[in-house]
Design a protein around this ligand. Sequence first.
Ligand code: ASP
Length: 420
Amino acid sequence: MDYNPDLPWYRRLHWQVLCAMVIGVVIGLTPSGGFFAEYFGWLGVLFMRLLRMIIVPLVVFSIISGVASAGSGRTVGRMFGKTMSYYLVSSFLAAITGLILFNLINPGRGYPVTDTGAEPPDLAVPESFRDLLLDIVPTNVLGAASTSDMLQIIFFCIVFGVAVTTLPEGPRTKVTGLIDAFFKAMMALTRGIIKLLPLGVFGLMVTLVGETGLRSFGNLIQYVMALGSGLFIHFFITLPLLLYFWGRVSPWKHAMNMREPLLVAFSTSSSAATLPVTLTTVREKVGVSNRVSSFTLPMGATVNMDGTAVMECVGALFIAQALGAEIGFMTQVVVVFTALLASIGAAAVPSAGLVVIFIILGAIGIGDNPEAMLIVGAMLSIDRPLDMARTAVNVYSDSCAAAVVAKWEGEEGIDAEIRG
Ligand code: ASP
C-alpha cells in the first residue's frame, strides 16, 4: 500500500522530507531568512490546515470501523472484552512510560520559542478527574464534531462501535460495510495529504529557522531521546513482561517468530500495510488460531498503538513545555488519558501519530497556538525514523495481544519453538 521497494530514492517520501528540511534550514539561515519565512511560511500553514481538516472524519471512521469489526455474538463478546483489556492496559503502560521519560528528560525546557517574547499559554485543564470524565460525554455529537472536541467524538465513536456489534447480522454488515468504505476513502485522502509533507516541512522549516535559528534542534534531540527510550523500554521490557506473566509465552521465541512483520513495519511505517504479514506470521509461526488472530490483529492494527501512545504523551508535553507553559499534575493526567484515546484514534498509516497530536493539544487548550504549529512542523521533519520505530512497537504489541488472548482462550503450542 504505502511501500514500494522498487521506487528510486528521490521518490521516497522520507528522502523528500529530509531534502525539504535541509533546503528549508539553509534558506532560513541566509541573511534574508526572515523575508523567506514570510514568503514561504504559508506552505507550512496550508499543510497544517490540511492535516487538521482530516482529523475529525479520520478518527471517526477509524474508531468505528476498528471497534465494529469485532463481529457479534457471545463468544465474540467475550473475546472482545479480553482483547480490549489487553489493549487498554498495554497502551496505558506505554503512555505512562512516555510520561516518566518526559519528566526525567524535560525535552522542551529552554526551547527558543520561549525567548521570542510570546506569552506562555495557560493550559486548559479540568478541575478534577470527575470533571474530566464528565467532559468526555457529549451532550450534542454534531456540536462536538463542529468544535473538534475530539475526546467527546472518540467517546461517542467507541460506544457507537460497540452498539453496532450488538446488531443482527443484516443491519450490522450494512453499517460496517459503509463505515469501512468511508474509512478507506479517508485513508486514501490522508495518504494524499501526507504526500505534500515535503512542501509543508519546507515551509515550516523556513519559518522556524528564519525566526529562531538552529537552536530549536537541540531540544528536538532531547525529544528524540525521550521518545526513543520510551519505545525501547516498552518493546524490550514492558511487552515481554506482559507476554510472560499474562500469557506464559516465551518473549524470546515470540520476538524471533515475529522478525518479518517487525521488519516490514519498520520499513513501511504503517501497521495497516504490515497487517497481511502480521496475520500470516502470527498464524503460521506464533501458532495462534485463525479465530483469535483474525479477531485481534485487524482490530489491533486500528485501535492498539502503544508506540503511538508513547509518542503522543512525550510529544504533547514537549510542545507545552517548549511554549513555556506550566505543566501541573492535572495536565499530566489529561495528557496520559488523551494520549491513550489519540492512539486509539490514529489511523495505521505513516505519520498518523503526528496528525492526532492535535487531539491532545486541543484538550489542554493549545490546539490553535501558532507557535505550537511550528513545533509540530519541526517534529514532522524528523518524524520518519521515529515513525518506523513506533510502528514496529505498534505491530509487536498487536502480536503479543494475539498470543496472550489465544492462551486465555485455552490454545496450546503458542510460540512453542522458533519457526523459520
Ligand atoms: N505509523 C503508525 C502506524 O501505522 C501510526 C503513527 O504514526 O503513529 O502504526
